[in-house]
Design a protein around this ligand. Structure first.
Ligand code: AP5
Length: 185
């Protein structure tokens, strides 16, 4: 099994849900940039206040901030990692390749969760009722989908060319999706 993974997909695809389970199963670190940013907001720091404004609109936080988070987390991930929510732009993907080279990290696999848009919206609106995440409202969800389609989706081509992309059907129960993911890693 590969212990260096990137989990990829649109908002609501199940990246966080699957990454947590895979990390537990493989005994590796789960590095979620969204989670790290939400923790920064909770800390009440000045940086957190700036981040909150950006996230509540569904826009991307600056590369500078997220790259620092990822670099620090990778240094601590001695037993392997699953990156969730990063990279999100071609620029971030290129920087990440540089970090991997610098840290001599090889043999990465990218898991792309494929889920219909209608199901994505349903999941996020459902989570809005259950958890009340600030960016799970209709307007912000629409913005997040647009940002994904415009800025994040093109990264799939990048990984497809490198040859380490694994597409996984992300519909069905959490357990069914997990089974499919574990088969390809
Ligand atoms: P982030 O936290 O990464 O949010 P996201 O990509 O929009 O993804 P979500 O957390 O909404 O969905 P997910 O795919 O993880 O699915 P989940 O498992 O939660 O980023 C948030 C924001 O932070 C960004 O908008 C941006 O502002 C900023 N940010 C983060 N990274 C950044 C970066 N690299 N650069 C710049 N800015 C960055 O599941 C969703 C729901 O569905 C849950 O309720 C779950 O229980 C449910 N569910 C999961 N699987 C299933 C299933 N199989 N069946 C039914 N329900 C399911």
């Amino acid at each position: 099994m590969v212990n260096r993974l990137i989990i990829f997909g649109p908002p609501g695809a199940g990246k966080g849900t699957q990454a947590k389970l895979i990390a537990e199963k493989l005994g590796i670190g789960h590095l979620s940039t969204g989670e790290a940013l939400r923790n920064e907001i909770k800390s009440g720091s000045e940086l957190g206040k700036k981040v909150q404004e950006i996230m509540n609109k569904g826009h991307l936080v600056s590369d500078e901030i997220v790259i620092e988070i990822v670099r620090g987390a990778l240094k601590r991930a001695e037993k392997g990692f699953i990156l969730d929510g990063f990279p999100r732009t071609l620029g971030q993907a290129e920087v990440l390749e540089g970090i991997f080279r610098e840290m001599k990290i090889f043999g990465i696999k990218v898991i792309n969760l494929e889920v219909d848009e209608e199901e994505l919206i349903k999941r996020l609106l459902n989570r809005a009722k259950l958890e009340g995440r600030a960016d799970d409202n209709e307007q912000t969800i629409r913005n997040r989908m647009n940002v994904y389609n415009r800025e994040t989706k093109p990264i799939l081509d990048f990984y497809s060319k490198i040859g380490n992309l694994k597409n996984v059907f992300g519909m069905g129960s959490v357990e069914e999706v997990l089974g499919r993911v574990l088969k390809v890693v």
